[in-house]
Design a binder for this molecule. Structure first.
Ligand code: ACO
Length: 152
């Protein structure tokens, strides 16, 4: 699918629908959006995905949110977003990309490792501590965040 990836500044309802698919806390989303580089992907004028990059440590960008329209997942859009971000981060002279995801997020863990991310740590009880509502994924209660890193 041919995508147009551009910066967006002010999130609309449609952006929030995607953002909340990756991160169920609007409060957390709002805490990182205005400090991040925010990109949207459109296909034939329709919003199909978003990817949000937060500069954390020197030379490091964290992908804090990535989401694709549920109707068109598993068609390579997620990979296109990750490829775009790697290129953009290199152009901006960043040396490292990080991403955190649930220990129960098997499909996401597959995708990130396929793209060369390596697991570097566990943020134990991240989801138990930071989210009021219990999250069930793949029939498991989500408690821990796995941290992954890719050197550019
Ligand atoms: N187990 C293993 N692999 C799977 C599974 C599964 N259950 N489901 C899908 N896959 C594979 C697909 O086959 C595909 O691999 P392939 O290309 O080798 O066949 C791959 O996972 C998906 O690749 P894409 O099609 O490029 O990805 P997609 O466009 O579906 O986007 C994304 C991936 C963004 C994770 C999407 O599924 C999504 O929006 N999910 C909901 C939100 C979310 O979980 N976001 C990430 C949270 S973490 C964070 O935001 C920092």
């Amino acid at each position: 699918m041919e995508l147009k990836i551009t910066v967006f500044k002010k999130p609309a309802t449609q952006h929030y629908q995607l953002l909340l698919a990756a991160d169920p806390s609007k409060e957390l989303i709002d805490s990182y959006l205005n400090r991040s580089f925010c990109y949207q992907a459109t296909a034939q004028g329709q919003l199909v995905g978003i990817i949000i990059l937060l500069p954390t440590h020197p030379e490091t960008l964290e992908i804090v949110n990535i989401a694709v329209d549920p109707q068109i997942r598993n068609q390579g859009i997620g990979q296109q977003l990750l490829t775009f971000v790697e290129k953009t981060a290199r152009n901006k002279k960043f040396k490292c990309l990080e991403i955190g995801t649930g220990s129960t997020s098997f499909a996401q863990l597959y995708l990130y490792q396929k793209r060369g991310f390596r697991i570097v740590g566990i943020d134990q009880d991240f989801f138990s501590i930071h989210y009021n509502k219990e999250i069930i994924e793949n029939k498991l209660v989500l408690k821990d965040m796995l941290r992954l890193k890719k050197l550019l």
